[in-house]
Design a protein around this ligand. Structure first.
Ligand code: MN
Length: 262
């Protein structure tokens, strides 16, 4: 598969924000540019395939921003999600997301439709192979992992579980399925993070902001704010900041080099 970017550029990566909705900031063009200027390797996830073309245009000049082709579970039932358009665009993208399941109270009434759609997406990705998927799994870790196991793991695609809140046994199962985890500031502030880090190898960790849906102080988090998450993660892993940045850069390369040959 031809690469859309030189993998060697990862040597220059300062920070990794592997799940950010760059297109949802009012000054989104500036946000794309800031990732490039500050050497932040960013996975710009989208919520609908209709956003794909515009996001690709904004990322075109950047060696740091990757764009995910998305079908967000919160939009199931709104008429915004066109699986045919997703299928048509899929060959153009190595990255898929945000996709996933949400069984929280606000979205549970569409849960069966979410599951059908997620199943279709995973089938398409499994058939295409070589994709990297950023996956939402609120109160649905077991169903998400079952889908991954059935359709894409471990050899067809790689899943990055975003803001994972499953149990330790779910995390262990995810590790065995080859999953990576993008962790953010709210996750690292919770006491349960110690249990999570006890079962997930540090070679499977990436960082994210999920901006603009998380806050840094009182303002929506921006990719550069992932630096605070790295500081906190370094402390939790008993690494110094420099080692933690190198770890994340290496994990990024391992994940994306895999997809080169997947
Ligand atoms: Mn998100």
């Amino acid at each position: 598969m031809a690469s859309q970017r030189d993998p060697m550029v990862n040597r220059d990566v300062a920070l990794v924000d592997y799940h950010c909705h760059l297109d949802l900031y009012p000054d989104c063009v500036r946000q794309f540019a800031a990732c490039t200027q500050q050497a932040i390797a960013t996975l710009a996830v989208t919520t609908t395939p209709r956003a794909w073309t515009r996001n690709k245009e904004m990322a075109a000049a950047s060696a740091y921003v990757r764009v995910g082709l998305g079908m967000h579970p919160h939009l199931v039932g709104t008429g915004e999600l066109d699986i045919r358009l997703f299928e048509r665009l899929l060959p153009e993208s190595r990255f898929v997301g945000e996709i996933g399941l949400d069984a929280g109270p606000s979205y549970y009434r569409h849960y069966q439709e979410q599951k059908m759609l997620f199943d279709q997406i995973l089938r398409l990705c499994g058939a295409a192979s070589g994709k990297i998927l950023s996956i939402h799994s609120v109160r649905s870790a077991k169903d998400v992992l079952q889908g991954i196991e059935q359709h894409i793991a471990p050899s067809k695609c790689r899943a990055v579980l975003h803001w994972f809140t499953g149990s330790s046994s779910d995390a262990r199962r995810a590790v065995s399925l080859g999953c990576y985890f993008s962790v953010n500031a709210p996750m690292l502030a919770k006491p349960e993070i110690a249990k999570f880090l006890a079962v997930v190898p540090k070679g499977r960790l990436l960082t994210e902001t999920d901006g603009p849906f998380t806050l840094s102080g009182t303002a929506p988090a921006r990719p550069a704010d992932v630096a605070r998450t790295v500081t906190r993660l370094a402390a939790l892993l008993n690494l110094d900041e420099f080692e933690c940045r190198a770890l994340l850069r290496n994990n990024l390369s391992a994940l994306e080099d895999w997809s080169e040959i997947g």
